[in-house]
Write a protein that binds this ligand. Structure first.
Ligand code: DC
Length: 224
């Protein structure tokens, strides 16, 4: 397979994108770029510096002086914000409840999109997010759109929160997920939608290894 392949995985929260993107990257020796983590880091910075999450202009200015780095050490992903390790902090419920507001602003999206395209320019990458196949990298070699039943996605997010030490209840996780889906799909700028040429996979009743082998099969098939 070409090591220059570009794989895009989009879909709503809890559909399994990041788990599969990470595993696929490990398996095929690709770089994994978690674009949601970039929007989360931007949201955390706004929270920490008191910037109004509804003020796109102020957020855009804030981001001009912000450094967001993604990386991996010993198979573990990390995220740094202005040099600070924020890997866990960006997964907090506070960030989760504001990230769709922050990421709805064109001033925020334009900067993130530019950086994502820069990171992907040499190929050999898997990016997951909401608008990768439709907007950030419309020429990606292989595009997937993951989906799953709401109740399944809520279960996954509850389990993930629990493992990270965040105590959340089912009703609030569900409410927040419905609201986030609504905002991500309804925004004017690069909304969440299925790219015309994406392979749609409903992960509700599939195991991680079943999804991984499906995705790997498509990537190998498309790239020879
Ligand atoms: O994948 P995630 O749940 O960590 O993403 C957090 C939020 O970031 C998501 O609700 C919407 C936003 N996002 C986006 O607008 N575009 C992307 N490419 C990735 C994430």
């Amino acid at each position: 397979m070409s090591c220059k392949v570009v794989v895009a995985i989009d879909g709503p929260a809890g559909s399994g994108k990041s788990t599969i993107a990470r595993l696929l990257a490990q398996k095929l020796g690709l770089l994994y770029i978690d674009t949601g983590a970039m929007y989360r880091a931007a949201t955390l910075k706004a929270l920490r510096s008191g910037v109004d999450p509804t003020d796109g202009k102020a957020l855009g200015e804030m981001l001009e002086n912000t450094r967001i780095e993604l990386g991996e050490t010993n198979g573990k992903q990390w995220v740094r914000l202005d040099g600070d390790d924020v890997t866990l902090a960006i997964r907090s419920p506070e960030v989760g409840s504001l990230v769709s507001v922050v990421s709805g602003h064109p001033e925020v999206r334009s900067q993130m999109t530019r950086e994502q395209r820069r990171l992907a320019q040499s190929g050999g990458v898997v990016l997951d997010g909401r608008d990768i196949g439709t907007h950030v990298l419309p020429g990606a070699d292989v595009k997937f759109y993951f989906t799953a039943d709401l109740e399944v996605r809520v279960d996954r997010r509850l389990k993930e929160n629990h493992e990270k030490g965040f105590h959340t209840d089912r009703e609030s996780v569900k409410r927040e997920m419905i609201e986030r889906d609504r905002l991500d799909s309804a925004r004017k700028c690069a909304p969440l939608r299925v790219a015309d040429d994406a392979v749609v996979i409903d992960t509700s009743h599939l195991t991680i290894s079943e999804v991984l082998s499906l995705v790997e099969g498509y990537v190998r098939g498309r790239t020879g």
